[in-house]
Design a protein around this ligand. Structure first.
Ligand SMILES: *[C@@H]1O[C@H](CO)[C@@H](O)[C@H](O)[C@H]1NC(C)=O
Ligand SMILES: *[C@@H]1O[C@H](CO)[C@@H](O)[C@H](O)[C@H]1NC(C)=O
Length: 143
């Protein structure tokens, strides 16, 4: 009996935990994570500025847009064009759910793809707060 309940509990936890895997980065925590995800070092200052502006460094931020689409996660990637809910899809061929967990691996690949196609100008938050500024590499020890 107890084994059954252990199993039920295990299933419950594995199903429901992902909803809570959100994370708010510190500036240097984010910088480190971007370097680990192989962002070009010379552009990391701009990416940090973009992320601060778009999501306040919150990996699970969701904004519902006027047209019903959602902007998701750290990079606020839009669900209509770039991903699909429930299965892989969109121009990045990823599940939208993967853009709001605390693992930024797929977010990063998709953001780099968007950058390659459209540059930083794609992000309103970057245009508003980062465009035209000389943004140095974040001042973080040992990075
Ligand atoms: C991060 O975003 C999620 C989803 O919008 C929100 O529930 C959570 O409170 C945010 N975390 C912080 C620390 O603002
Ligand atoms: C919906 O709005 C978002 C953000 O404004 C935009 O990126 C997206 O392309 C729009 N999608 C459609 C189908 O209009």
């Amino acid at each position: 009996m107890s084994k059954v309940w252990f199993f039920v509990g295990f299933v419950f936890v594995s199903v429901y935990v992902p909803e809570f895997e959100s994370k708010v980065f510190t500036k240097c925590g984010l910088t480190k994570e971007l370097l680990q995800n192989k962002f070009d070092r010379t552009l990391v200052g701009n990416w940090v500025c973009l992320i601060e502006s778009e999501s306040a460094k919150n990996t699970s931020k969701v904004i519902v847009k006027a047209n019903g689409s959602k902007s998701l996660g750290l990079f606020q990637i839009n669900s209509k064009d770039w991903c699909k809910f429930g299965s892989k899809g969109g121009k990045c061929n990823i599940k939208c759910e993967d853009l709001i967990d605390d693992d930024i691996c797929l977010d990063s690949l998709c953001a780099k793809q968007i950058y390659k196609e459209m540059g930083f100008r794609f992000w309103e938050g970057w245009v508003r707060n980062c465009y035209g500024r000389n943004i140095p590499f974040p001042n973080c020890p040992n990075l």
